[in-house]
Design a protein around this ligand. Structure first.
Ligand SMILES: *Cc1c(COP(=O)(O)O)cnc(C)c1O
Length: 426
């Protein structure tokens, strides 16, 4: 083996990164440790993590309380097969989670990431109809939806450059435009025409479509769409992988709604960003459609690391922190800071379509007449902020804040100031 001097070069010799064009991407930045909202580079540079490391680190990095609980669990029981066996952390987590979810959620099914949580929800929905002897095949989703990168999750997501090579292999889905402000009536009219008794499921990211570009829409119209779905018997899947665990200001975005979803998908913030875990929850009616003397009605799905005890323990510790007065106050504090910053942002012509939902603040970067100068606004903004020690990863021209809840007002003020600097250059 060749000898490489830096970690980044060693990385390049052996690693293929996600969502990365390896030929043109700059070398990755080695991170050696984290504390709260700060990541520390190998070279001593500090970075403010304003995206909670792909939206998972809701309590910041290297949380001591979660670490202590995880360490204790590791020496007690690190893993056990979850078919035919069970353990305290899995049971306790389900017992604690169900009461804070919409009241109709009755059973917890474990997997190990957001995409698998969605796969499980889709398989539950299709098999629900199969088991009832009334097979339904249609799924309705939103344009610009993102539900994960595995095949089923990709199929119910919007079609884009990301899915192009796989389109021939994805099952058909009917799309509704996202009911952004002003489009509500048109989308509802389209939904009335689209929903029928052949629709198995309607899947949505409630209130905020994350990876699709932090597209926000109002709860009223989602309630209406869920009512239309339910009128036709279709199951509603709320993908709260991103919106869950306080992101939108309430514990779950579904708490803003009066209609309740039949299935819910959770991951990302679930373990406080410590490790991978996925959860799909469902109503009693969904669960009961699988109960039978016949083995053929079984949900034949599982993963090696289903309900891993260490991941469940991390989730329990994360819930302790999330449900504390301090964190709930922090969520409101960050939301209020964002709202105040909108006043500043509104003064820049280069920031348009400014929108907020709880701790998520997003806007479009607008280069106006000089667009050609910044042929790639996304890369320019990313690098500009990174050079000033702020990690934000624009989705195309959409810049957004999704900070850990422990982020201080001082840290927010620093990040806001760098964004204002950026806007002044556009
Ligand atoms: C990230 C995400 C997923 C996929 O989760 P992974 O753990 O990355 O597989 C699914 N749905 C939504 C809404 C997401 O934001």
């Amino acid at each position: 083996m060749e000898q490489y001097t830096s970690l980044a070069q060693r990385d390049q010799a052996v690693i293929w990164h996600p969502f990365t064009q390896m030929q043109t991407a700059p070398l990755p930045i080695p991170i050696v440790r984290g504390k709260g909202s700060v990541l520390y580079g190998e070279d001593g540079q500090e970075y403010l993590d304003m995206v909670s490391s792909w939206w998972v680190s809701i309590h910041g990095h290297a949380n001591a309380y979660i670490a202590e609980k995880v360490a204790a669990q590791l020496t007690e029981l690190e893993h056990v097969i979850f078919a035919g066996f069970t353990h305290e952390p899995a049971v306790r987590l389900a017992e604690r989670l169900l009461p804070v979810l919409p009241g109709n959620q009755r059973k917890v099914f474990y997997s190990d990431n957001g995409s698998t949580a969605v796969e499980v929800a889709l398989k539950m929905a299709f098999q629900y109809w199969h088991n009832l002897g009334k097979p339904r095949r249609k799924v309705i989703a939103f344009h610009d939806a993102y539900h994960g990168d595995t095949f089923g999750a990709m199929a119910v997501g919007g079609r884009s450059a990301f899915t192009a090579p796989f389109v021939p292999f994805l099952f058909d889905v009917e799309y509704l435009p996202t009911p952004v402000p002003g489009q509500e009536a048109a989308v509802l009219a389209q939904a009335e025409a689209l929903f029928s008794d052949e629709v198995a499921a309607f899947i949505a990211e409630p209130l905020v479509q994350g990876a699709g570009g932090m597209i926000m829409y109002t709860l009223g119209v989602l309630d209406q769409l869920m009512k239309i779905a339910h009128r036709h018997g279709a199951l509603v899947i709320a993908d709260e992988v991103m919106t869950g665990f306080g992101r939108t200001g309430k514990l779950f975005a579904s708490h803003y709604l009066t209609e309740q979803p039949d299935l819910m998908c959770l991951s990302k913030g679930l373990t406080g960003g410590t490790m991978a875990l996925g959860i799909t929850t469902c109503t009693q009616a969904v669960y009961e459609a699988f109960l039978s003397e016949s083995k053929f009605k079984t949900l034949f799905h599982g993963h090696s690391f289903t309900a891993n005890p260490v991941a469940c323990t991390a989730s329990l510790a994360s819930l302790d922190i999330l449900l504390s007065d301090e964190t709930l106050a922090n969520i409101q504090r960050i939301s209020a800071q964002h709202t105040a910053f909108i006043d500043q942002l509104s003064g820049y012509g280069s920031a348009t379509n400014i929108r907020q939902q709880g701790t998520i603040l997003a806007f479009d970067l607008n280069t106006g007449e000089s667009t050609s100068y910044f042929s790639n606004i996304r890369d320019y903004a990313y690098q500009f902020l990174l050079d000033r020690g702020v990690i934000m990863r624009p989705l195309g021209n959409v810049l957004y804040f999704m900070p850990p809840y422990c982020t201080t007002n001082g840290q927010l003020a620093y990040a806001y100031a760098q964004v204002e600097e950026l806007l002044r250059t556009l």
